[in-house]
Design a protein around this ligand. Structure first.
Ligand code: IDP
Ligand code: MG
Length: 149
């Protein structure tokens, strides 16, 4: 089933010039970029995004980290996009992430694990609309080569 998911390239990955490498992995897996913005979120905006984790011991550090610099927010579309992007990203703890995943390759720690992605259709819908307005999202046919446009 074609579906949309939401992902974030976190501030440490943007700072470390990993944007191209991470987008290449998503595009190679036949995920279409249907929304993309570089932005520096406020701590309030990040706290609202991660509201389900409020009260957990790692929450203040997570909010501080995610608002520490620019992030790339993404809406991605494809067959089984939600599960596929979770699989490409790997386990939350980079030390437990499978070889070949983004978190295994780039780590470094649970608190700064380079990428986020939605865990269900409900969270994907909430997260896409939390960061994107309707006119920032696009639909188009993916061509297999630039000569094919
Ligand atoms: P997910 O990003 O794999 O969906 P969640 O459990 O939803 O993982 O947690 C959201 C984010 O909060 C994680 O990506 C991670 O950066 C951070 N986090 C979760 N659990 C811990 C922890 O025990 N210590 C430090 N950071 C954590
Ligand atoms: Mg999560």
């Amino acid at each position: 089933m074609t579906q949309r998911t939401f992902a974030i390239i976190k501030p440490n990955a943007v700072r470390s010039a990993l944007v191209g490498e991470i987008l290449r992995r998503y595009e190679t897996a036949r995920l279409k970029i249907v929304g993309a913005k570089l932005l520096h979120a406020s701590s309030q905006k990040v706290a609202g995004f991660y509201a389900e984790h409020e009260g957990r011991p790692f929450f203040p550090g997570l909010v501080e980290f995610m608002s520490s610099g620019p992030i790339l927010v993404l809406a991605l579309e494809g067959e089984n996009a939600i599960a596929d992007v979770r699989a490409l990203n790997g386990a939350t703890d980079p030390a437990k992430a499978a070889p070949g995943t983004i978190r295994h390759a780039f780590g470094p720690t649970m608190g700064s694990n380079v990428v986020h992605s939605s865990d269900s259709p409900e969270s994907a819908a909430r997260e896409i609309s939390y960061w994107f307005s309707a006119d920032e999202l696009f639909s188009y046919e993916q061509k297999s080569s630039v000569a094919d446009v």
